[in-house]
Every structure is written in C-alpha cells, then in structure tokens.
Design a binder for this molecule. Structure first.
Ligand SMILES: Nc1ncnc2c1ncn2[C@@H]1O[C@H](COP(=O)(O)OP(=O)(O)OP(=O)(O)O)[C@@H](O)[C@H]1O
Length: 615
C-alpha cells in the first residue's frame, strides 16, 4: 500500500469541502451519479471502437446502495473505470482549467463576506463527497488494467492507494457518512426516500438506469425528446448543469427539431456567465453529439464553430451510425447543413434576446461578445447576422453600448461612414487628437478596445451599406467644397515646410501633411488606409513575428499657433533649432494617442532643454 500526497490546489479544494458551509449538500450525489454516467458513456463508446475489448456492455447501469448501520452510501457503476495512473492523476490532482481562478475568487469573497456560496457556482465533482463524508473509499478497474485499484482518503493531506485482485468492472465510491445533523443541514443520506428524492431532482434524465434496492428510480427520458410543454425550467437548468458544469441557470434555452431526410433534435443553451476557459488555448466547445439517444462525443467541433464555443447543449441525430468518427462527420454534407442551421438558430436567438430581453442580451454580450466577434473574421456567410447582434462602446454614451443599427439611425446628414477608432482603452481613444474634428462636427465614433477589433475592422467592408472608416487611418474627408479649396490654399503655403520636415523625420514617418481631423491639438500621427495599426504591430511582435518598420504619417493642424510658429521660423531661414522642435512635435503627437516614443531619453532631454530656457 502506498500513501501519496494531494497536489496543493487539490488540498485547498478538499479543505473547502470538509469545512463547507455550502447549504446544498445534496448535490454530492448528483456529482457521483454524473461521473458514473460519464463512465458508462465512455465504456460503450470504447467498446464500439475496440471490438476486441473484453468488457460486458449488456447491462450498463448505476447502483446506489446504503447501509444505515455502517452509515455508508455507495454509488457503483460498471463503466470504464480507471487505471492506477488515472486515479493518481484524476483524483489526486486538479487539472481542470480555471480552478486556480476559482480558488482565488473564493478566497477574496470569503475575506469580504465570510460566505462561500461561490462553491455552488463551480463544478465541484468527486471532492464534494467530503461535504458529507469523513472518509471516502473508491474501488475501480479499467478494462486495460490487470488489477483493480483501491483508493482511500479522509480528505486531509494524503490518500492511500493499493492494488485489488478481484475488483469488478467499473467504479464504486463508498462514502463513510458524517453523523446526520439537522442543525448543520446534514440529512440522513442512508434513507432510501432521501436518495430517491435527490436522484429524481437532479439526475432523472441520465440515460442509464439508476437503481436503488433493485428498482430503477430515474425516468431516463431525454429532455430533448420530450414535448417542450412538458419540460420544466428546473429540468432544463439541471440538464444544463450536467453538461456544462456551470452551476448558474442558463440565460436562454433553444430547442430545434428537423424532420424529413435527415432527422435531428437539438437542445442548446446560452450561458449567463462565460465559461472559465472561454479564452484559453485548449478551451472546449460545448456541443455534444448523440445518435438516437446514445452519447457519441463531447466538444463536437463539426456542430458548432469556434466563435460560438460558449453555446452548450446536445444534438441528437437519428440517421448517423453509432460508429461515426470525426473524419466522417467532417465530410458529411448533412452534418454541414445541420451546422449551418444550428448557427443561424443561435444567432437569431441572440437577436430576439436583443429585442425582447435587452438586459439579458447585454449580460450575454458582456460575457461572450469578444468571442462572438471572432465570427466576423471566420464566418463570412453569417457576417451580417453577427454584425446585427454586436454592441460597441461609442462616443454617444459613457456607459451604454450601441448596436450598429442604432449608430446608423443617429448618423448626421451627409455622414457617409461608420467611424471608429481602435486602441488599448476607452480613455486613450477618447483623448486621442484624431477624434477632434469628428467631435466638432457631432459625428459619433465607435470605441473599439478588444484585441479582436483590430482584426475584423479590416476585413468587414460595411454594415447596412455604410463602410467602416478608421479615424486614425487614411484621409478623413469631413470638409465642404469651400473648406476644401481653403485647405488646398493652406497646403500651398505650407508645402516647403512640410517637405523639409519630412526630410528631418525621414526615419520615422513617410509623409508630413496638413490635417482635417484636428481642431485643438497641434499634430497627430495616422496610418495609411491599409497599414496595420500600432497595437497590431505590437501584437505581432509579441508573437515573435518580424515586421518591417511601419512608417506612419504626421499630420499638422495649420491653425494651431505652434504650427504657425514653425512656418514663420522656417520662412525666416531658421533650421538648426527647428530640427529639435520638429522632433518634439512628432513626439507629442505620439504621446497624445497613448503611443510609444522611439527614443524616450532623447525626447526627455529635448524637453528639459526647452524648459531650462524658460528661466
Ligand atoms: N465513476 C467514475 N468512473 C470513471 N472515472 C471517473 C469516475 N468518477 C470520476 N472519474 C474520473 O475522475 C475525473 C475527475 O472527476 P471529478 O468529478 O472530480 O471532475 P469532472 O467530472 O471531470 O468535472 P466536474 O466535477 O466539473 O463534473 C473525471 O473526469 C473522470 O475521468
């Protein structure tokens, strides 16, 4: 027999369970039944794939047994079981993404209010047994392992692990229950009526029989196969928890049914809270594939595109083979058709949420909007539908986001484009000089600060016939004919200075020109229409991509006294001290947009030098 230590995160979680004041302790049984059900799914699937595997799949089931005199409760399945390595890895450590984050939140919340209700928002799994038991024994056997394994722990720092010669197929988990105690809200879990009640409440839809005293106690009716009118909100919520491990109720339930040549039923959920792994590299997609009520696979990429990875649920197709593989799914035209319909349905559900339950829509957008926007790049067919459900910050309101339709409805007479500016933060964008002329004209500007925004704006041509125009790129055409001819005259006056400045700043900029976007600032830097933005440039560099230096354009405000002064001095023949001044103007323009200076120490020296001369 070996004694091993729990990994430190696992230990923390166990301590939380042992000392849990979480009021709903009944849920431990749901977790055990849910694990058993997954193990049965896995065994059946393996046996389809590996015909030589020596397993008995005739009567796959879950048994719950209690012994009031010993005060034990056992949940047993004849599923896939675990090898010794599995037990150490799966039970001794917590590999689940988001656990560290959960523990951190829990600590913060505990220090704030002393409550631990957050436990209820996290899939707590096997360890939840320690809410009700002071010792847990697990015996398991995997079909590929010669011997079984016996694991035991009191939930303190260590557990023991030992070989077992005669373990049956599958897993049994035996809880040595704490004494029942009404005060501590700890009912007697050895009582059959209590067990029956909990299984009915949480696990009724489990596709495998759950047996108690030789009797099946769950109805096993797949929710998606029952008439919508018969399924209660609670049942949907329980099912959602079972498949998503999200303890919040779903924000929206979507049902779909297709009959005819290719029959399928879908039950999908939109979350009230983003999955913890939404932006993690190995994050999962949430749709499971069933064939005629039989679980086939998790995380089915062929059914839901990546940008909709927050959608959880089940698709049950009637006409596929139980042996269906990912490769087959990828090539199947019917599956592609089905996926297209599922995507359209999800997008239209979000759209109707937007109009019928705007608060819920806003909540959803806040949680998953950044993922949804990825679809603007990857899903050209549905681009318009995605644009319709997008919301953005804008100069119209400090706190409320706007849809594009609302933006368009507020467009000023003569305004042709949807103006936007990308940047690191709202403050940086709002204070940037690029916005000045648009502000003066009363034009609204979208403020785009998500990383993904930098990318989709370049590839999405228009919304409702109005093209997207960056206020920090290209020429911003805001002038009337009169203003244009005045500007042409000004350009003439400044031509020599601009040419000379371009020479001075040759290493930094590709052009110096007069601006139509400035009203109060002396200068700003802008990109050409097809140049990548400084933020994107930084991102590519951070990913290790070598890029040629991207020169931008310096724009001057001809009515600013500083710029006027430059011209006067230039015409007076001044060159040497003007060179420094030109460098300073360029540096100021970079700082004003929240950008980075090429050579900060030189800039500081130039400024210090100027300041000194004022004494
Ligand atoms: N009855 C069982 N049979 C086979 N494997 C099991 C069984 N119970 C647990 N396991 C294995 O142990 C792992 C950890 O279980 P645990 O309940 O802690 O987390 P989980 O089920 O992965 O996630 P969650 O708790 O969020 O549902 C499972 O993923 C599974 O691989």
């Amino acid at each position: 027999m070996e004694t091993l230590e729990f990994q430190s995160e696992a230990r923390q979680l166990l301590q939380l369970m042992i000392h849990s004041i979480y009021s709903n302790k009944d849920t431990f049984l749901r977790e055990l039944v849910s694990n058993a059900s997954d193990a049965l799914d896995k065994l059946r699937l393996e046996s389809f794939r590996d015909k030589d595997m020596q397993v008995d799949t005739d009567d796959l089931h879950i048994v719950v047994e209690s012994d009031p005199s010993e005060r034990t409760l056992t949940v047993r399945d004849n599923g896939i079981g675990m090898t010794r390595e599995d037990v150490v890895r799966l039970i001794g450590t917590i590999a689940k993404s988001g656990t560290a984050e959960f523990l951190k939140q829990l600590k913060e919340q505990q220090s704030a209010s002393g409550s631990s209700d957050l436990i209820g928002q996290f899939g707590i799994g096997f360890y939840s047994s320690f809410m009700v038991a002071d010792k847990v024994t697990l015996v398991t056997k995997h079909p590929h392992a010669e011997k079984g394994v016996r694991w035991e722990s009191t939930g303190e720092a260590t557990y023991t692990i030992d070989d077992v010669d005669d373990a049956p197929q599958g897993t049994s988990v035996t809880l040595h229950l704490k004494p029942s105690d009404d005060e501590d809200k700890l009912p007697d879990y050895t009582e059959p009526a209590k067990i029956r009640e909990i299984v009915k409440r949480y696990s009724d839809f489990i596709t495998w029989p759950v047996r108690l005293g030789g009797e099946d106690i769950n109805s096993r009716k797949a929710l998606w196969a029952r008439p919508a009118s018969e399924v209660t909100e609670e049942e949907y919520a329980e099912f959602y928890r079972h498949i998503s491990h999200d303890w919040n109720a779903p924000l929206e339930t979507i049902r779909m049914q297709a009959e005819g040549t290719f029959e399928y039923q879908a039950l999908l959920f939109l979350p009230a809270q983003a999955p913890l792994d939404l932006f993690m590299r190995d994050g999962k997609r949430g749709v499971q594939l069933y064939v005629k009520r039989v679980f086939i696979m998790d995380d089915c990429a062929e059914l839901m595109p990546e940008y909709l990875r927050f959608v959880k649920g089940v698709v049950d197709a009637a006409d596929l083979s139980l042996n269906v593989s990912r490769e087959i799914l990828q090539q199947d035209r019917q599956i592609q058709l089905m996926r297209r319909r599922l995507v359209k349905k999800v997008l239209s559900s979000i759209k109707s949420l937007q109009s019928s339950r705007p608060d819920d829509y806003r909540k959803l957008w806040g949680e998953v909007g950044a993922a949804l926007k990825e679809g603007l790049l990857s899903d050209h067919d549905n681009r318009d539908a995605i644009l319709e459900v997008c919301s953005f910050a804008s100069t119209h309101s400090d706190s409320e986001l706007t849809t594009l339709a609302a933006y368009v409805s507020r467009m000023k007479e003569g305004q042709e484009h949807i103006y936007y500016m990308t940047g690191d933060s709202r403050v940086a964008v709002e204070n940037s000089p690029h916005l000045e002329a648009l502000r003066a004209k009363g034009y609204e500007v979208l403020i785009l600060t998500d990383t993904i925004d930098e990318m989709w704006v370049d590839s999405v041509p228009a919304f409702d016939g109005k093209s997207f125009q960056s206020v920090a790129k290209g020429q911003v055409d805001l002038e009337t004919e009169e203003e244009k001819s005045a500007a042409a005259a000004k350009a003439e006056e400044f031509a020599a200075l601009l040419e000379w400045m371009k020479g001075v700043l040759e290493a930094e900029v590709k052009e110096v020109r007069l601006s139509s976007r400035l009203t109060t600032s002396p200068a700003c830097v802008v990109g050409d229409s097809y140049d990548i933005t400084p933020t994107l440039e930084k991102m590519y560099k951070a990913m290790g991509q070598e890029l040629p230096k991207i020169k931008r354009i310096l724009e001057l405000n001809p009515s600013h006294p500083l710029v006027e002064g430059l011209r006067t001095a230039f015409e007076g023949g001044e060159r040497e001290s003007l060179t420094d001044a030109v460098e300073l103007v360029h540096g100021l323009a970079l700082l004003a947009e929240g950008g980075e200076l090429g050579d900060p120490s030189r800039f500081v020296k130039l400024v210090a030098d100027r300041v000194q001369r004022t004494f």
